[in-house]
Ligand binder design. Structure first.
Ligand code: ARG
Length: 466
């Protein structure tokens, strides 16, 4: 391997083990497009500001284009002696166009260059993530709209609590993924800032125009402090945090799908294409996809912790420790994007077992609250009503029957407030549809929620087109 760009003050070559230990080319090579795109914008800015000539700039830009095509074809040395993607690209450029290629690194440093590459990368990841989230949100809205009217038991403590619409339950996930999208959009705003020109840490004495470079690369703003620009990684931590919340939401959904596909629940069936079998038990059909979604969330949480621990003790500004930010960020992005992509495809593959859900919705005295509310409407204080229905439930458990199986006499033996109209309150659909408080499970409310979600999705799609 020939001399390194920084070899000037060194008398001995780098130890091979040190090269291997310090190199990042094995993982930062995936940034090559951003690195070259950033270099082209930087080079044009240098010419625009009279720091290099336009002839020099066009040689460099042409050379960078060739390097890009070479790497696209799979022609990039990942030798640790290349150190990182910035040096690999620059070396290849100089090999191609000669010494003039060495002018590209004027008024910048690898410290601001890597921040630029990562900000360009994060913007792309967020754009991609938001598109995938949109498909997931659409999937929930479509399924909720298709299943409208289907009643299931709502749970607290994993015990039957009150009947709800399946669509209401599904729209709960829509809300979670809607907020996840807001978090990504918010993270985008802070990542969308150009750091190039901060140089090593102090800025540069060359008359650069950061606004020019920002415009060329589509950044909304330029960084306001060069030390902060090369030293902080909060935009990566925010991405990791937003991704962790997404994975936490996906994992809860996955857990429900796993539980709901057991023979004990039997609420859903996931299509064969999304399940696998067992090598020993011929009867098995396992929900591996949701299981892995649940499992992968742990890695993403770990990556967030890794980034926080990586940065917590670092003095300003750049320290080589920061090279360790790449792998957790790449792994986070790869995991969350592949998970969302698959989730969008999984949703249409779920079949809900309507009869089973409706049957279970009535079990476990899920209408007890209804009865208590009935007594309250007749004038009983809620606490007294609660107690009376509790006695009624205990009576039913002893007799081995449901509330709806009791006669008026049996009701009145517990409280004289019960009247013959009590039976109209023991209807699942009626119980559901009366819950029309804001965000409640009543079908008018759920239909409104679905309509609103459709408008939100349409607005985002219009924005994407624009
Ligand atoms: N590879 C480094 C990183 O990922 C960027 C280059 C800065 N290196 C340096 N020795 N100043 O952070």
């Amino acid at each position: 391997m020939s001399e390194k760009p920084w070899q000037g003050r060194f008398e001995q070559p780098t130890n091979r083990h040190v090269e291997e230990y310090t190199a990042s080319i094995q993982f930062d090579s995936r940034l090559y497009r951003y690195d070259i795109e950033g270099s082209i914008a930087h080079c044009r800015m240098l010419a625009e500001c009279g720091i290099i000539t336009h002839e020099e700039a066009s040689l460099i830009v042409g050379g960078l284009g060739e390097v890009l095509r070479e790497i696209d074809r799979g022609d990039l040395s990942l030798d640790p002696a290349e150190e990182d993607i910035h040096m690999a690209v620059e070396r290849r450029l100089i090999q191609k166009i000669g010494d003039v290629g060495g002018k590209l690194h004027t008024a910048r440093s690898r410290n601001d260059q890597i921040c630029l590459d990562m900000r360009l990368y994060v913007r792309d990841v967020i754009r991609h993530g938001r598109t995938l989230l949109l498909a997931v949100r659409k999937g929930f809205v479509e399924t909720a709209s298709r299943c409208m009217g289907l009643v299931m038991p709502g749970f607290t403590h994993l015990q039957h609590a009150q009947p709800v619409l399946l669509s209401h339950h599904l729209m709960a996930y829509y809300e979670m993924f809607r907020r996840d999208d807001e978090r990504l959009a918010d993270c985008f705003r802070r990542a969308d800032v150009l750091p190039l020109g901060s140089a090593a840490l102090a800025g540069t004495s060359f008359p650069i125009d950061m606004e020019y470079t920002a415009r060329a690369l589509g950044f909304s703003r330029v960084t306001r402090n060069s030390i902060d620009a090369v030293g902080d990684r909060d935009y990566l931590i925010e991405l990791a945090a937003a991704a962790a919340v997404i994975m936490m939401h996906v994992s809860r959904l996955a857990e429900e799908l796993i539980l709901w596909s057991t023979s004990e629940f039997a609420f859903v069936e996931i299509s064969d294409a999304f399940c696998t079998g067992s090598s020993i038990m011929p009867q098995k059909k396992n929900p591996d996809v949701p299981e892995l979604m649940r499992g992968k969330s742990g890695r993403v949480f770990g990556n967030l912790m890794a980034l926080l621990a990586l940065t917590k003790g670092l003095p300003l500004a750049y320290n080589r420790d920061l090279q360790e930010d790449k792998e957790p960020v790449f792994d986070t992005a790869d995991t969350v994007l592949s998970t969302l992509r698959l989730l969008g495809r999984l949703l249409p593959e779920i079949r809900f077992n309507e009869d089973r859900m409706r049957e279970m919705a009535a079990q476990g005295f899920t209408l007890a609250t209804e009865l208590a509310d009935y007594l309250v409407r007749k004038g009983l204080p809620f606490r007294k009503a609660h107690h009376a229905v509790g006695q009624m439930v205990q009576y039913c458990i002893q007799k081995g029957k449901g509330l709806e199986d009791c006669s008026l006499e049996e009701f009145r033996s517990v409280s004289k407030t019960f009247d013959s109209d009590v039976f109209t309150f023991l209807d699942l659909r009626a119980a559901v549809d009366q819950r029309v408080s804001a965000g409640g499970t009543g079908s008018t409310r759920v239909a409104e929620a679905i309509a609103l979600a459709r408008e939100e999705i349409a607005a985002i799609e219009r924005g994407l087109e624009a």
